[in-house]
Ligand binder design. Structure first.
Ligand code: ZN
Length: 242
């Protein structure tokens, strides 16, 4: 576990595998942690339901972290979702565009999310903005790159006269290593919690429980999650320091 600080953090928390690990990381590294979710017209309410389950189970199973877990906030970004018009919000097949980006890419999504998160953090007295952005992601979303986030952190601090840090504990990790970070933070109990309760599937399928968790099994998000889990097993389930 990381050294405790007196800092107050806001975690961008969707209820997925990555943001669930980020929530645990924040609870291990910050004195007070709040969460924010964005309703931008997702296809399904499964993510919104599972994020509450993950929060509740973390508080129940990790008594050291429970007192640090503060409020949850939901921000309505349906207007932004209406602009994006991609497979995340519309019933369209998964495709790859001419820029090599999947059409699940919502342009500027993380820039918008972090700007809203910063405005909320300002009002709540929170200084660390924690997100699961990751450069090793299969899709190479340009708003997940550390360069982009460094520029945004600078812009937010200049524009809001603040001293925010954008913290991205998964930035250099593969999906397999993210499981290793979960194990380092909370042992097998946290790995099991995230396997069972976090939700990643684009189709919103919960039903079947695979070795790697719930999901349809053949959307890009499920494929990525399944591959990461298999790689971590093959490597002998090593812990990865955060
Ligand atoms: Zn799926």
């Amino acid at each position: 576990m990381g050294a405790m600080t007196s800092t107050r953090a806001l975690v961008l928390f969707s209820g997925g595998q990555d943001s669930s690990v980020c929530l645990a990381w924040a609870l291990a590294n910050h004195a007070h942690v709040e969460t924010v979710g964005f309703d931008y017209g997702q296809r399904h309410g499964v993510e919104m339901a599972q994020r509450q389950v993950v929060r509740r189970e973390i508080a129940e199973r990790f008594p050291d972290w429970a007192p640090r877990l503060g409020e949850d906030h939901i921000l309505d970004l349906k207007g932004f979702g209406a602009i994006a018009q991609t497979a995340m919000t519309e019933e369209r097949a998964f495709e790859v565009t001419e820029k090599g980006l999947p059409n699940t890419f919502v342009p500027g999504r993380n820039l918008v999310f972090l700007t809203y998160a910063a405005a909320l953090a300002d009002r709540r007295g929170l200084t660390a903005l924690v997100g699961g952005m990751c450069e090793t992601d299969f899709s190479g979303y340009p708003d997940c790159r550390r360069d982009t986030l460094d520029a945004l952190q600078n812009a937010l601090n200049l524009g809001m006269a603040q001293d925010f840090t954008i913290e991205t504990p998964l930035m250099r990790l593969t999906k397999a290593q993210t499981w290793g970070l979960a194990k380092a933070l909370g042992g097998e109990a946290l790995v099991e919690l995230i396997l069972e309760e976090s939700h990643t599937c684009y189709r919103g399928t919960r039903g079947a429980r695979h070795a790697w968790g719930h999901g349809c099994g053949d959307c890009p998000a499920c494929e990525l999650r399944a591959r990461g889990w298999a790689e971590w097993l093959e490597a002998g389930r090593p812990e990865v320091a955060g």
